[in-house]
Design a protein around this ligand. Structure first.
Ligand SMILES: [Zn+2]
Length: 292
């Protein structure tokens, strides 16, 4: 299975932490009806949902290696983290992520930047690791890039009820305290080949990452989409959305912009190879896989 591909002098790697069935489709998409699922089961199975109607998801980071920088986008779930409401992520203790990072040729010291598309538990976990009972930045040389309104939203929630957002306490705030964060707007231009693209709705100030100099070569989506079912039906919201209506508008705007273009969508939670081009499909969009 390929976990890397090249765009000119930029290489994009995938670092997988987990891949498999995670949530019941009907719970994950609250507005999904049995009828609609039945109508789509044939193309969704077995790749995107299994025989028990559970979503097949990948939990992974992308690493964008340019001639100048090594940039990680999202940092998965992490180890030793209490996640009492998510049994499959609770107190994980696995060497898979670090092994896959090493297999791609990276050590923790090599990462120059970590971009957090949004501050959900499965996107910030490896921001920190446990050292002598304290949470410290996993990537000691990295600057962590976060969107200003996203950080403000979650910081406030943590202040009001820390038990409800343990990942902010152990995986976001320690990075701020260590002065490793760079707080930007969600349309921040990183350099001449990498820029943030606002994709709000799933969270309040979610961003995707657009790669390419003269044209849009690739888009690291983050969680602006979780399943190709949300391509066919862009208005289909998922259970953790901040604003599902806005998320639907974002999907339409972004897919409309990139459909029938060569732009490769690097979708964080799609099963491997997780990369696809977008095509128009009736009133929605479909994904044509591209392998590495
Ligand atoms: Zn999310």
């Amino acid at each position: 299975m390929s976990t890397r591909f090249e765009i000119g002098d930029i290489t994009i790697h995938r670092i997988i932490e987990q891949e498999g069935p995670f949530f019941e489709a009907m719970q994950f998409f609250p507005a999904l009806t049995k009828d609609l699922l039945d109508q789509n089961r044939e193309w969704l199975q077995p790749r995107f949902i299994n025989a028990r109607d559970q979503l097949m998801l990948c939990i992974q980071s992308y690493i964008v290696k340019t001639p100048h920088h090594t940039i990680m986008i999202d940092s998965c779930v992490g180890n030793h983290k209490p996640r009492p409401t998510r049994s499959f992520w609770h107190m994980m203790n696995s060497d898979r992520y670090e092994k896959n990072l090493a297999a791609s040729g990276f050590g923790v010291n090599d990462i120059d930047f970590v971009m957090c598309t949004h501050l959900h538990t499965d996107h910030v976990g490896w921001n920190t690791r446990l050292e002598n009972g304290r949470w410290v930045p996993t990537f000691p040389n990295a600057t962590y890039i976060m969107a200003d309104r996203e950080l403000a939203h979650w910081t406030q929630r943590e202040k009001e009820n820390p038990q409800s957002v343990p990942w902010i306490t152990d995986s976001v705030l320690p990075v701020i305290e260590a002065k490793r964060a760079k707080i930007v707007t969600s349309d921040f231009v990183f350099d001449d080949s990498i820029r943030l693209l606002p994709s709000p709705g799933h969270t309040i100030d979610h961003f995707s990452v657009l790669i390419g100099r003269s044209r849009a070569e690739a888009l690291i989506t983050g969680d602006m989409i979780h399943s190709p079912l949300q391509g066919r039906y862009p208005e289909l919201g998922m259970m953790s959305d901040h604003d599902s209506i806005q998320a639907g508008t974002t999907r339409r705007t972004i897919f409309d912009r990139f459909c029938d273009e060569p732009t490769i969508m690097c979708v964080t939670h799609f099963p491997s190879p997780s990369t696809a081009r977008v095509q128009r499909w009736a009133d929605g969009y479909r994904f044509i896989p591209v392998s590495g």
